[in-house]
Design a protein around this ligand. Structure first.
Ligand SMILES: [Zn+2]
Length: 122
């Protein structure tokens, strides 16, 4: 695929034999960067070019706030649950036992008990 606005020969010159007889074999585009895997038709040398935007993509000015804890739409708990889960854990119940009671994964319980999630509820 040819470059737009730049002469092919300026960029796609073989690193080994300086031949202009090269081809882009694969183009991989990501958000900020484009890789081009190239091959020299004369000597078989393979090389890669990296094209990156000089300026990062502008972030939206007013990103919607991410709702935390029980306010999050995916939350299955109410604040009272969080309090109960933490006190059950203090009473010595294991994460798995509490998870069974609330129908969730024990890692979820673990994160609640250790204040990794639901940090505003207590
Ligand atoms: Zn070459």
């Amino acid at each position: 695929m040819p470059f737009v606005g730049i002469g092919d020969e300026e960029i796609l010159r073989c690193r080994k034999c300086c031949s202009h007889n090269t081809r882009v074999t694969v183009t991989e585009s990501r958000e900020e960067v484009t890789w081009r895997y190239c091959r020299c038709l004369d000597c078989g040398e393979r090389f890669k070019t990296v094209e990156r935007y000089a300026y990062a993509k502008r972030a939206p000015l007013n990103p919607p706030p991410i709702l935390k804890g029980c306010d999050n739409y995916n939350s299955r708990f109410v604040p009272a649950d969080i309090v109960a889960i933490r006190s059950l854990s203090e009473e010595g119940l294991s994460g798995a036992q509490i998870a069974l009671r609330y129908g969730c994964d024990r890692s979820t319980i673990h994160k609640i008990v250790n204040y990794k999630t639901y940090t505003d509820e207590y």
